[in-house]
Design a protein around this ligand. Sequence first.
Ligand SMILES: N[C@@H](CCC(=O)N[C@@H](CS)C(=O)NCC(=O)O)C(=O)O
Length: 254
Amino acid sequence: MADNKDPSDIHLYTAATPNGIKVSMLLEELGLPYKVTDISFSKNEQKEPWFLEINPNGRIPALTDVFTDGSQIRLFESGAIMQYLVDRYDTEHKVSYPRGSKEYYDVNSWLFWQMGGLGPMQGQANHFFRYAPEKIPYGINRYQNETRRLYSVMESQLAKSKSGYLVGDKLTIADIACWGWVAAYHWAGVDIKEFPHLEAWMEKLLQHPGIEKGRHVPERHTSLDWKNLSQEELDKRAANSWVRTESSKDQEKK
Ligand SMILES: N[C@@H](CCC(=O)N[C@@H](CS)C(=O)NCC(=O)O)C(=O)O
């Protein structure tokens, strides 16, 4: 599907979250120009009809582009967006491997592992630990333990890796997909010090200029600073989040 078109038709709809920054970090690593629309969760823009035309699931990230036949293509689910971008634009295999190679399938395994495991489980750890109106120990323990288990899976893989990346000898979309989640470890209440290879990997990725630049789209990335905040500041951050407002609406629906 590789082609030589000017890629400036790419339009990313995003917000400052672990799923959103996957796509901007990838676009920056590939050196692709793109337009950005910052979607406001507090205004519920992700549920507006015009946005649902792009992503019927009403979540970020989403991306549009002009397809090879000249029509518009609309993509949602960060993993699917990343696969589209490397299939179409990473012709030199900077952050991907050729389709059909063993590493190509290894990258897919880790990408699906992130999409089906790390993201959803750590997201629930955040929810029960930081946002839930009631502190439910069962929910907190279940999702924090599952996040720790998933971190230990990455830790073992990285301990075996000669390159320090998840697959093969270079940074790939598998690493990029996981980075924003691991970088937000403190918000989930998990200690990164238990996972030395994972911590080293997290720092190593920051040395890539595209990761460093893309993590600050659409606004400054702050997850790594949260370990320095007091409990009071962390509680305030959770209390002011749009997630709290949405959770109370959910309670009313019951
Ligand atoms: N599996 C989806 C998850 C997308 C997702 O949950 N996005 C969150 C931000 S990280 C969102 O848009 N939340 C807004 C909402 O739930 O209304 C992906 O990876 O793209």
